[in-house]
Design a protein around this ligand. Structure first.
Ligand code: NAD
Ligand code: UGA
Length: 465
């Protein structure tokens, strides 16, 4: 077995996966040159920005690593052609969103970006190249990738080996997840290329954590992991609704079930429903695959995880309206948090988007706060309703002056700064009767004991006026 010694890597896609993953590889492998390329010039400019606070992605710990390795063995550029030509290994880390038209629209993953990069690899690569699927893709995508690559082999004497190496990082903890992964999964057919990729990870990951499978198990394991994680959130959210009407407390239930080692205590926080670019799209993709392979019952089973999530989001919006006497027209509502979770500036599929749109639609004035998201992103996420009503919402990265005369505050993201708010002083600024809705269960009720403030928390029984 001749294991290739990887000296140069090209990663196509400088997004939330490509950027942090390659930064961590470059940091741990000073002997490997890592070139991250993207068609998005603006994104690449930001990755190259001297001011590290301007990186296109906010991720704790990321700017330190980029500051350390950028220009040493980590490079960002739009020169896709020469990066591919020089690479021994190419990672495909591009977006794979849900298809919006054609067969499978609304469910199947759109792999057109993956296909486009594969064609570029086929065209520009020289000699022997290992192609690594980092993007999350439908099972059997490697078949298409292999087929495209093999059609170019004969023409210029290049050869390819395809690996699946799904990424399991979560945003907000990406650097720690990459640095200390629970496992590294490598699917492939050729032991020499599996070994070549494994050797990269061995620079910082213990070999017990590196597992290899066939291509299809690897592709399917990624979808399955996300489906199981999302299912846990829908399960706990479903119970949060039951807690609220029975007098149980979701924190107590969570603790009681989490102590059972078979269940475990992680990923059991009730909230406004899961967001993020992947859970929904990956479950939809899974349901589409099940239908395609003639398993409609399995498809329906997973679809319920999404309907439960949609319902949780809707019921929170409806509850805000109900508590405010069924009318929020011209009432000021402060929204605390717009990113889909804390410690990221990513708003893709954020539960805040649909809740804000629904409240705007009811005629409310929204004062939106998030420490990392910017106004341009909020404007784009609110779309038509935001544009039409741009006098009906304001945005700030600062907590100062956002509470004046508000009728309600809705905590939608679990940012640490919200845990430290002095509610006694905020309370004085509100128009009464006022409400505080905590959809993340991050506010200690004792901190509002002295406030004449109505308080609602997700999953808390006896939520009272
Ligand atoms: P992203 O949208 O942040 O980044 C993708 C990048 O690819 C974009 O910058 C885009 O311009 C670029 N791109 C698209 N086509 C290109 C082409 N032909 N040539 C060069 N660049 C191209 O997406 P992401 O969040 O990084 O996700 C990428 C993949 O990783 C998806 O399949 C996703 O499901 C998966 N994933 C994401 C996460 C996450 O936390 N975001 C975690 C694990 C896996
Ligand atoms: C998720 C997975 O955790 C990663 O393993 C996976 O690699 C990634 O998707 C992906 O494929 O994109 P991510 O979406 O970044 O990562 O973040 P999570 O921590 O999983 O949170 C997802 C959503 O669930 C967030 O809206 C979060 O607030 C919500 N959540 C999470 C809860 O409501 N409760 C919890 O207990 C945990």
């Amino acid at each position: 077995m001749n294991v290739k010694n990887i000296k140069t890597i090209c990663c196509i896609g400088a997004g939330y996966v490509g950027g942090p993953t390659m930064a961590v590889i470059a940091d741990n492998c000073p002997h490997i040159n890592v070139n991250v390329v993207d068609v998005n010039e603006e994104r690449i400019q930001l990755w190259n920005c001297k001011d590290l606070s301007k990186l296109p992605i906010f991720e704790p710990g990321l700017s330190d690593i980029v500051g350390r390795v950028r220009g040493r063995n980590l490079f960002f550029s739009t020169d896709i052609e020469s990066s591919i030509k020089n690479a021994d290994m190419v990672f495909i880390s591009v977006n794979t969103p849900t298809k919006i038209k054609g067969i499978g629209a609304g469910k199947a993953s759109d792999i057109s970006w993956v296909e486009e990069c594969t064609r570029q690899v086929a065209k520009y690569s020289v000699g022997e190249t290992i192609v690594v699927e980092k993007s999350t893709i439908p099972v059997k995508t490697a078949e298409a990738v292999k087929s495209i690559l093999s059609s170019s082999d004969s023409e210029k004497g290049s050869s390819f080996s395809v690996l699946s190496n799904p990424e399991f990082l979560a945003e907000g903890t990406a650097i720690n997840d990459l640095q200390n992964p629970d496992r590294i999964l490598i699917g492939g057919e050729h032991s020499s290329s599996i070994e070549a990729l494994k050797n990269i990870y061995l620079n910082w990951v213990n070999q017990d954590k590196i597992i290899s499978t066939n291509l299809w198990s690897s592709e399917l394991s990624k979808l399955t992991a996300n489906a199981f994680l999302a299912q846990r959130i829908s399960s706990i959210n479903s119970i949060s609704a039951l807690c609220e009407v029975t007098g149980a407390n979701i924190d107590e239930v969570k603790r009681a079930i989490g102590l059972d080692k078979r269940i475990g205590d992680k990923f059991l926080n009730a909230g406004p429903g899961f967001g993020g670019s992947c859970f929904k799209k990956d479950i939809l993709n899974l349901t589409y695959l099940c239908e395609h392979f003639g398993l409609p019952v399995v498809s329906n089973y997973w679809e319920h995880v999404i309907s439960m999530n949609d319902w949780q989001n809707y019921r929170i919006y409806k509850m805000v309206i109900d508590k405010l006497f069924g009318n929020v027209s011209k009432k000021k509502i402060v929204i605390l948090g717009f990113s889909f979770k804390a410690n990221t500036n990513d708003t893709r599929e954020s539960p805040a988007i649909s809740i804000c749109k629904n409240l705007l639609n009811e005629g409310a004035f929204l004062s939106i706060h998030d420490p990392q998201v910017n106004r341009i992103q909020v404007t784009s996420d609110l779309g038509d309703i935001g544009e039409e009503n741009n006098s009906n919402w304001s945005f700030s990265n600062d907590l100062e002056d956002i509470f004046d005369n508000a009728d309600a505050i809705v905590v939608l993201t679990e940012w640490d700064i919200y845990k430290k708010i002095d509610w006694n002083s905020v309370n004085l600024k509100l128009r009464k009767p006022a409400w505080l809705f905590d959809t993340r269960k991050i506010i200690n009720p004792e901190k509002i004991n002295n406030c004449d403030l109505n308080f609602w928390q997700v999953g808390l029984g006896n939520n009272i006026l």
